[in-house]
Design a protein around this ligand. Structure first.
Ligand code: BGC
Length: 496
């Protein structure tokens, strides 16, 4: 069997040193990058369901919704408007393009430089959006937010995976997803409050408050140290070793440092990370960094995240109930993420992927059946986001950030971000049309994808829990399917 159940040897080597308060605080601060992304995901669906916002910027959609009876639209098609969806999804196109620039910045100037830049551009976008007086200002603001998200999502997961000790890498990395879910929930709550502001400028607060996570993240990044891996990659041996000693809380870091040095020596031989990344030697990483984000989006999660309020309205819920149901889904999302923080380094990545996959397949079928029969979907939306929150949500950011060797890590992460953003864009842009045409069958379509991705995980994704990041090649070597791509000469190991 092609590596299916094979759990590699690979509770990798154990280094000296442990978890320090310093590393935990640094990771918590960096993870705040996820707040910006999450806030954004949560805010746009609610804002686009507010009448005052629609009246001001998208009057034709407003009219369509409130049209007189003889002009009543099919309920599945009420919100199907390309300009409106472009408001939601333009951000992801900008993030996609930005992630390639972020890749070069992260490699050449360090992870911290990308984080700072991302925070600042996001802040500018939030100000523009809050002050918007026309659609152009709205869209340009969204594009700037997207650049911020592209830079943050490219650098933060890599930062977390490099700082964390191997045995806690999963939990610390999932701080990023935790921040995403907190951002989504905060946005849902804010929308719930601002939609009640009578004169109808509540949407300005919703959009402008995106500045809050941006300020937290930007100021936080100013105080963060860069990772030892990145310091070494940029040639400062002494400083890198001191940083490693500081984050591990011991002066005895020789073995781990040697692995970092080996990785950095290998990285220096690579002039064109992109050219290398597409070579046979890195095929497993290329496949993982492309398929994981693709599949993450094809779970259909963002249908719930972006459009829950709109979807609930489509199904006949009132404004208040629609926004409230988004809040409930948001709470479930945060709480369920804790399950994965707790279990990812114990049970491993694969067990969570597989369990979450099976649960999501069931949810999609139930949602399709319920919508088909004209009932509400609140409960199922909650179950779906719960299963996603402890599986594909966090693991979609963790696994691609930890499987690449240093020389292609930035390129691998840029691939992950750009594929993720591309399909987030596709779902954001076309979901309402797809719903209009495929109706409840759309959920069966997503369910079909979850079956495929669960099989993919079983056969092609190795277990990476507890394996030191610069020792990861060993995992491919021991994998039933991927071993033929990875010859022993490119397995980085330190001398005995
Ligand atoms: C995904 C987002 C999604 C969010 C939901 C993230 O991991 O990348 O697309 O909206 O999880 O919590």
């Amino acid at each position: 069997m092609a590596g299916g159940g094979s759990v590699a040897r690979s509770e990798g080597r154990k280094y000296q040193g442990g978890v320090t308060a310093f590393v935990v605080i640094a990771c918590l601060v960096a993870a705040m990058g996820g707040l910006m992304f999450g806030y954004d995901i949560g805010i746009s669906g609610g804002v686009t369901s507010m009448d005052s916002f629609l009246r001001q910027f998208f009057p034709h959609v407003y009219k369509k919704q409130h049209g007189n009876d003889d002009h009543k639209e099919n309920m599945y098609c009420k919100f199907d408007d390309h300009l409106l969806t472009l408001f939601t999804s333009s951000l992801y196109l900008a993030a996609l393009i930005a992630s390639f620039f972020a890749s070069a910045t992260t490699r050449r100037y360090g992870r911290k430089a990308s984080m700072l830049f991302g925070g600042l551009v996001f802040l500018a976008g939030a100000v523009l959006n809050g002050a918007a007086v026309n659609v152009a200002m709205l869209i340009i603001g969204r594009l700037m937010l997207g650049v911020g998200v592209g830079f943050a999502n490219q650098s933060v997961p890599v930062y977390l995976s490099e700082m964390a000790p191997a045995n806690l890498r999963g939990a610390l990395n999932i701080g990023f997803q935790m921040a995403i879910t907190i951002g989504i929930l905060a946005a849902n709550l804010i929308n719930y409050g601002t939609s009640k502001i009578k004169p109808g400028w509540g949407w300005r607060i919703s959009l402008g408050l995106a500045a809050a996570p941006a300020i937290l993240f930007t100021v936080g990044s100013l105080f963060l140290p860069d990772t030892p891996n990145s310091i070494l990659e940029r040639g400062n041996h002494e400083k890198a070793k001191k940083m490693l000693q500081r984050i591990r809380g011991t002066s005895n870091v020789d073995e781990e440092f040697q692995d970092l040095v080996d990785a950095s020596t290998a990285a220096k031989q690579v002039e064109h990370p992109w050219k290398n990344f597409t070579g046979r030697k890195y095929r497993p990483q290329l496949v993982i960094c492309t398929f994981i984000p693709f599949f993450q989006q094809l779970t259909g999660i963002n249908v719930i995240m972006f459009y829950a309020p709109v979807l609930f309205k489509t199904l006949g819920f009132g404004d208040d109930a629609s926004l409230m149901s988004a809040v409930i889904t948001g709470v479930v999302n945060v709480v369920a993420t804790m399950v994965s923080v707790y279990s990812v380094d114990k049970l491993g990545r694969k067990a969570l992927f597989l369990e979450g996959g099976v649960q999501m397949i069931i949810c999609q079928v139930v949602v399709a059946a319920m919508i088909g029969r004209g009932f509400g979907t609140e409960g199922e939306a909650g179950d779906m986001s719960k299963a996603f929150a402890w599986s594909w949500g966090p693991l979609g950011w963790l696994v691609p950030s930890e499987v690449c060797p240093l020389e292609i890590r930035s390129a691998g992460q840029a691939t992950n971000v750009s594929v993720n953003m591309f399909f987030t864009f596709v779902i954001g842009q076309f979901f309402l049309s797809m719903l209009c045409h495929m109706k409840f069958g759309l959920f069966l379509f997503f369910g079909g994808f979850v079956i495929i991705m669960t099989i993919f995980i079983y056969y092609f994704v190795p277990e990476t829990k507890n394996v030191p990041i610069e020792d990861m090649n060993q995992v491919w070597k021991e994998h039933g399917f991927w071993s033929k791509y990875v010859s022993s000469d490119n397995v980085t190991t330190s001398p005995p």
